[in-house]
Design a protein around this ligand. Sequence first.
Ligand code: TRP
Length: 452
Amino acid sequence: MKTRILTGITTTGTPHLGNYAGAIRPAVVASRAASADSFYFLADYHALIKCDDPLRIQRSRLEIAATWLACGLDAERVTFYRQSDVPEIPELTWLLTCVTAKGLLNRAHAYKASVDKNVENGEDPDAGVTMGLYSYPVLMAADILMFNAHKVPVGRDQIQHVEMARDIAQRFNHLFGQGRELFTLPEAVIEESVATLPGLDGRKMSKSYDNTIPLFGSAKELKAAVARIVTDSKLPGEPKDPDSSHLFTLYQAFATPAQLAAFRAELCDGLAWGEAKQRLFELLDNELSEPRELYRQLIAKPAELEEILQAGAAKARRIATPFLGELREAVGLRNFSSQAQSAAPAKKKAGKVARFASFREADGAFRFRFFAADGEELLLSRPLSNPKAIGQLTQRLIAGGPDALELREDEGSQFTLWLDDECIADSPSYDTAEAMDAAMLRVRAALATLAE
Ligand code: TRP
């Protein structure tokens, strides 16, 4: 079976060399593996959370789309689309929102960081926090679960979000799956071997440090950026230490082993920093000049890019539309006419049938018993606070049917019935394990007659 790999690229900013080495290049390589069924998308709804400048949003989507294609992503082979072109994603977001515990989102790192900062500054804890920021992990869960991704390559800061998607998926499966896994449980993948590039000043290359090397600037701009890389003040002819030079680290991310060994030897031999920069520039330019040209052409023809992305969205929706239909069914958003029969269930045949019977105990607690058609008592519930709770529980058991029924063997000769991770009823005790197993089968059989 193919592994479905999915990842989103938030469309803020213009990609730089660090994004290329850390995310784009490895993803494009991974997408070519025969076993991969890859989904890459522009997370432009996520971008709206961080940015309220329409021009920047629009510009960044265009640039990022062109960058990925120019770097060799094959839109025929993979599914490449904009999140905002797949309306099923926000629709699924709502279904997931309704089963997501608020407490789960309270624990999200990004939200907590904002709150901590506000508290530190003596502000209201939620100052400046939008519902977009707060619900960010639910939208991301919808991105992932919509396509039942197995693997989600992300940076370390996103691991928690993928785990939340798992949690939400489990809860949804449990509530609406009737024993079936509606959603695949996704797994975060952290690529350890991928280069984290240093920026001009040696700190991690990042827009927030203003130390980036543009990916698809002109050759002249590339050269100018490389010239600004900070080095020590050793003079030409003085030996340089490659391992304490981030210029060398940058070189390493693009060189073959032979090129790297030669460069190392030259530095130790006293190569001037100016010369070293020229070598790095040539190495980068050699790898980037072809995609840079492609990028130019793509950016110059936005209508063609639009067409590629529309085709990608259509491909994504061929999966999303029918799947969302199933999910709507599962939660009860169903077509009235196809449901007419189930709204008016056929009368049960006369005669004895399995049944739930509720009663009130002397201490005021309510319980129910479950009887087989022949009157055998199969289960006795734990105490409940009111008869309405009993009605809801038994309705859910009946609706879930025998396959969803969670019976656990206790030690010895009894079993228990569980719902939502809570033990709700006990069986009588039986003399042997076989007698107990047989009774468990009778419980399922009895429930099946009610579900018909
Ligand atoms: N939040 C991710 C980031 O900032 C981007 C993203 C959005 C994403 N949806 C996703 C990544 C789904 C993986 C899967 O990097």
